[in-house]
Design a protein around this ligand. Sequence first.
Ligand SMILES: NC(=O)c1ccc[n+]([C@@H]2O[C@H](COP(=O)([O-])OP(=O)(O)OC[C@H]3O[C@@H](n4cnc5c(N)ncnc54)[C@H](O)[C@@H]3O)[C@@H](O)[C@H]2O)c1
Length: 284
Amino acid sequence: MTRAERIDLSASVALVTGAAGGIGAAVCEELHRRGAAVVLVDLEQDRVDAAARRLGAERTLALGADVTDPDAMLTAVAAARDTFGALDIAIANAGISSGAQAFTISGAPDGVFERVIGVNLQGVWNTVRSSLPAVIDSRGHILLTSSTYAYVNGLANAPYAASKAAVESLGRSLRTELAAYRASAGVLYPGWIATPIADVAFGGDEIATELVHRATPSPLRKPIAPQRVARAVADGIERRSPRIQVPRRWIPVAALRGLVNPLFDLRMERDQGIAERVRQLDER
Ligand SMILES: NC(=O)c1ccc[n+]([C@@H]2O[C@H](COP(=O)([O-])OP(=O)(O)OC[C@H]3O[C@@H](n4cnc5c(N)ncnc54)[C@H](O)[C@@H]3O)[C@@H](O)[C@H]2O)c1
C-alpha cells in the first residue's frame, strides 16, 4: 500500500464488536474523535446504547448482536451500510476469557473450550465474513483482535491462547487475500490491558496470578490503559499496519519468538514452582 492509500478515518465508517466496554469502547471513542462514523456492536442493546451515548448521537449507531450468530452479524453490517452508506473498517474485537478461575486442560470444565472458541474464533470469523463484501467494495481494512497469547505459552489458559493463535493465522491469510482487491487486514496483539478480562491474572484468581508472575518477566506484566491500545489501533488502521503490538515492549518478543519461545517453554517446564501450582489448580 502506498501513502496515498492510507485510510482517512474522518471519511470512514467503522464497525467494532465488543464495543460496550474495555478495549472496544476505547477504540470506538478514539475513532469517533478522529472523525469516523462508528457502529458499536455488543451483546446487550442497553450497554451498547450507553457506550454510544457517551460519544453523542452524531456518527454513531448502536446495535445489540452476538458475534457467534452469523445472521445477526449480517444484519449488523446491513444496518451499518443502510445508515451510513458504506462500511470501510471492521474490527473483530469481541472476546471472552475462559472464566473467573484458571484451569488446566485436564481440569477444564466441560463446554468451556467450545464457548471460548465460539466467541473468540468463530465470532471473529463471522464478523470478518459478514463485513468482507462491504470492506472490499470500499477498499477498506479489517482488524482482528488477537493477543500476545497468540505466541506466548498458554499455561492454565489453553482455550484462550489457542483461540488467539488461530485468530492471528486468520488475519495473516486475510491480509494476503485482501491484497488482491487493494483492501487490507491487520492483527492486533494487546499485552496485558486493564479491563475485566484480565482480572483473573491480576488478583482475581490467586494461583493464576502467581503463575503469571512466575512465567512473565515484570516489564511485560504491567497492565496499560485501554485508551493507549485505542490510539495505537487508530494509528495502525490509518497506516493499514499488518501488526499492531501494544505496549511496544512486546515487539522484540514477537519478532524473536522462534528463539524465545523454546527457551521460555523449557524454563517453565523445569520450574518446580509452576509444576506445584499446576497440581494445585487440578486439586481444587
Ligand atoms: N484485556 C487484556 O489484557 C487483553 C489482552 C489481549 C487481548 N485482549 C482481547 O481484546 C478484546 C477485548 O477485550 P477487553 O479486554 O476489552 O475485554 P472486555 O471484557 O472489557 O470487553 C469485551 C467485550 O466483548 C463483548 N462480548 C463478549 N462476548 C460477545 C459476543 N458473543 N458478542 C458480542 N460481544 C461480545 C463483551 O460484552 C464486552 O463488552 C478481546 O478479544 C480480548 O481477548 C484483551
